[in-house]
Design a protein around this ligand. Structure first.
Ligand code: ZN
Length: 197
């Protein structure tokens, strides 16, 4: 009974439909954000699922059946960095003087995560920390690709200059990742957790 339940969970994550669902989440969220003017917090309701789905699309292209800790690490890195916007919601701009997004939306956060990973002795935990860092990097790419968005001051504190990129390469990259993820799932012999962590 337990093994059949476990296999169903693995089938869920290893299904091509999981990949299609993530792509649909990003497409619908970005269409709504692009076409509808909405308050800051309401936009977050659409943007955060799209961040999570973007991270999962990268993961699903790499792993056919990622383990639950890996999925949670990707979701954490994809979404939790936006907690640095919370002060802004309350009118506090202490984290964003001269930059379009809070200071922690920068490469310095990736460096900090890398340093933390270097301090972790347990190999599996270190790998999860690195996965969180990779998901944060993907988050920053999506932020840079926000249509008409203010960009990301990647090099803060060395520079306040905001970097942005067109949406089309980001969108095409997600479609390509989804295609890889679906193709890998259709050719995988048996769903199995193929992550070491
Ligand atoms: Zn962000």
């Amino acid at each position: 009974m337990t093994s059949s339940v476990n296999s169903m969970k693995k089938l869920t994550w290893s299904s091509p439909y999981a990949v299609l669902l993530c792509l649909a989440v990003v497409a619908i969220a970005d269409l709504v954000i692009w076409r509808v003017q909405m308050p800051y917090l309401v936009e977050a309701v659409f943007d955060e699922p799209a961040h999570a789905a973007t991270g999962l699309l990268v993961l699903f292209a790499i792993c056919v059946a990622p383990s639950r800790p890996v999925i949670l690490a990707v979701l954490a890195g994809s979404v939790l960095i936006d907690l640095d916007h919370v002060p802004h919601v309350f009118g506090i701009t202490i984290l964003e003087h001269g930059v379009p997004r809070p200071y922690t939306h920068a490469l310095i956060t990736l460096i900090a995560i890398g340093l933390v990973a270097g301090l972790v002795r347990d190999r599996r935990l270190r790998m999860l920390v690195l996965i969180v860092g990779a998901a944060v990097a993907v988050h920053l790419i999506r932020d840079m690709a926000e249509p008409g968005g203010p960009g990301v001051s990647l090099l803060w504190p060395l520079s306040d200059h905001p970097y942005a990129m067109p949406y089309v390469p980001y969108g095409l990259a997600l479609v390509a990742l989804a295609a890889v993820g679906i193709a890998r799932r259709r050719t995988a012999p048996t769903p199995a957790t193929d992550s070491a962590v």
